[in-house]
Design a protein around this ligand. Structure first.
Ligand code: C2E
Ligand code: CA
Ligand code: CA
Length: 544
């Protein structure tokens, strides 16, 4: 080493608190520059002993340090992708525990095994320490990698502790923007981030995931204490100046620390979504069966009122076709629940609950009105309107109110009676239901017997029926069309139905062959994916 270099080295290593090291695998030699640790590494042959500052590491940092060490060991034995590794931890010094960073750089062979290693151990500067404390908080903002790394670090540090992911968002945040302006909205969110910074201790990680969505990862003792912590957060975060808003919290309790961090976050997110818009509950814990209970009775009942009010129930139209000339002759109105967070929820997931609790009456009336609005618009736009059939739940048929409601709607929108058709599923015979259906018939509505061929309906129901059209059920069609025998049953059902003067439409027609077969049997109308799927009204308009 030349003179100048030697001097440089002396300057470099004059800092008594730093240490530099170099290790060579082939020669198994190592060199240490710097006074601070030299007493620790005086008489050892294992190069890694250079880093045997282990005993100086603050107990709380031991895990982090050991992970660092094991990565290097693995790098020597098996190989490693990284060219550099770094760890930050407290080391015991004369003045007590101080923040240090240890950085090593590697030279590797073709097998990626470490063959040479040079590094330093230096006290961290005040700025670095400050950044270290805030690092997670600053850089984690929309940086999932940093966030995951920080969480992993916490897990490593506290292997025996319980951890929870708490995700929360501001309910109806859009409203704040609309009411107070976007600047205020931005202030609200900045304030949440600032407040989180002061509410969370240095072990608790927090991040802003997107505009109004935040995550906190924390240790906890038990659920009671965790809920208290959430209430504590909420009490400081749910207002800004005199603007008050609601926060919805989803909680995931970490059971297996090796799970991907992303999945843990997703689980908290899922829990939060189950209580979106729920006026009674704003903290939800993730449970394993949450996915299946997402559309559970409770979810539906807690959210249906709000969904109807905020226009989440949307009318889709599925066109009906005349098979012979392939012409669109009408449509069925089918409801879709377009949830702001969960996306489209299929009616099979909520209609049964709504039928049980009676809310279906409100939803159906809403759908009928939507159908009337569409027909009115077509007429006003000078289009030749096609009839829309709406589903009438059997719940309506227990009361006479239905007749008045329909009449009022048709009058309000000045809709010719033949343009609003009614689909009713005929199941068990009931005198009262029969009476209401007959009244509808007398009023002049076109009545379609829905789901014919499925379960409860039978040929018996066709005797003296007030219905005009029989709708062959999708499942009945699909099951029976499979076999020759089944095809015969379909064919005979169609013949007989025509024979007693009823019209027929087949539901759930998915292939050209099915359409052809139905036509051969004498069924002239069809509805199904082969023709078109249910679609939003804007798409349906294009079919004219
Ligand atoms: P539905 O009245 O029997 O309606 C036909 C169902 O078959 C619809 O399902 C439709 O999307 C589906 N479909 C139509 N063509 C095909 C096809 O080619 N292949 C397959 N695989 N499916 C097809 P959706 O929209 O999921 O509705 C399910 C049920 O929910 C409806 O059965 C109806 O009973 C009920 N529903 C839907 N909207 C309303 C409503 O506004 N009020 C009431 N009371 N019930 C409704
Ligand atoms: Ca139907
Ligand atoms: Ca059906």
């Amino acid at each position: 080493m030349g003179d100048v270099q030697q001097k440089m080295m002396n300057i470099l290593f004059s800092d008594p608190k730093s240490m530099f090291f170099y290790w060579n695998c082939k020669e198994n030699s190592w060199q240490v520059f710097g006074d601070y640790i030299s007493r620790m590494v005086s008489d050892t042959e294992n190069p890694l002993q250079v880093l045997l500052v282990k005993d100086l590491v603050l107990p709380e940092d031991k895990n982090v340090f050991e992970i660092f060490m094991s990565q290097i060991e693995k790098g020597i034995k098996i190989g490693i992708e990284e060219h550099k590794l770094e760890v930050q931890c407290h080391l015991n010094c004369k003045e007590g525990f101080q923040w240090y960073k240890i950085i090593t750089r590697f030279i590797k062979n073709e097998q990626k095994q470490i063959v040479e290693m040079a590094g330093s151990l230096e006290p961290m500067t005040d700025i670095e320490i400050m950044q270290k404390k805030q690092m997670v908080h600053i850089t984690m903002d929309r940086n999932p990698q940093v966030f995951s790394a920080a969480v992993r670090e916490q897990f490593a540090k506290y292997p025996d502790d319980n951890f929870a992911f708490i995700q929360f968002d501001v309910e109806k945040f859009k409203m704040i923007n609309e009411l107070y302006g976007e600047d205020v909205g931005t202030e609200v969110l900045a304030n949440i981030l600032d407040t989180l910074k002061s509410l969370c201790n240095k072990e608790q990680l927090y991040a802003r995931l997107s505009a109004d969505l935040f995550m906190v990862v924390t240790k906890y003792q038990d659920e009671k204490q965790l809920v208290e912590f959430i209430h504590y957060l909420e009490s400081h975060l749910d207002h800004y100046k005199d603007i008050h808003y609601r926060l919805a919290f989803g909680v995931y309790l970490v059971t297996e620390k090796t799970t991907e961090i992303r999945h843990m976050g997703d689980s908290a997110s899922l829990a939060r979504k189950t209580i979106k818009g729920n006026a009674l509950q704003n903290i939800a814990f993730y449970k394993e069966d949450l996915k299946s209970t997402l559309y559970s009775r409770k979810f539906v009942e807690d959210n249906m009122g709000n969904a109807l009010q905020t226009g989440q129930f949307v009318m889709y139209l599925q066109p009906k076709y005349s098979i012979a000339d392939n012409e669109m002759i009408g449509a069925e109105a089918l409801v879709r629940w377009i949830h702001p967070e969960l996306g489209t929820i299929s009616p099979i997931n909520f209609i049964p609950v709504l039928e049980e609790n009676g809310f279906i009456v409100k939803l159906d009336e809403y759908m009928w009105e939507q159908a009337c609005i569409a027909i009115r618009r077509w007429i006003d736009e000078g289009k030749k309107p096609v009839p829309i059939s709406v589903n009438v739940s059997r719940v309506h048929l227990l009361k006479d109110q239905l007749i008045i409601t329909l009449k009022n709607l048709l009058e309000k929108y000045r809709i010719p009676r033949e343009l609003l058709e009614l689909e009713i599923t005929e199941t068990v015979q009931n005198i009262n239901i029969d009476r209401v259906i007959r009244s509808l018939k007398k009023e002049g509505y076109t009545l379609l017997m829905d789901d014919f061929g499925s379960g409860a309906s039978s040929l018996n129901t066709l005797k003296n029926t007030p219905f005009d059209v029989i709708k062959i059920d999708r499942e009945f069609l699909n099951d029976f069309i499979e076999s020759e025998r089944g095809q015969k049953i379909i064919a005979h059902t169609i013949h007989m139905t025509k024979d007693i003067g009823l019209d027929l439409i087949a539901e759930g027609v998915e292939t050209k062959e099915q359409a052809a077969f139905l036509q051969d049997c004498g069924c002239d109308m069809a509805q199904g994916y082969y023709y078109a799927k249910p679609m939003p009204i804007s798409n349906f308009d294009e079919l004219f």
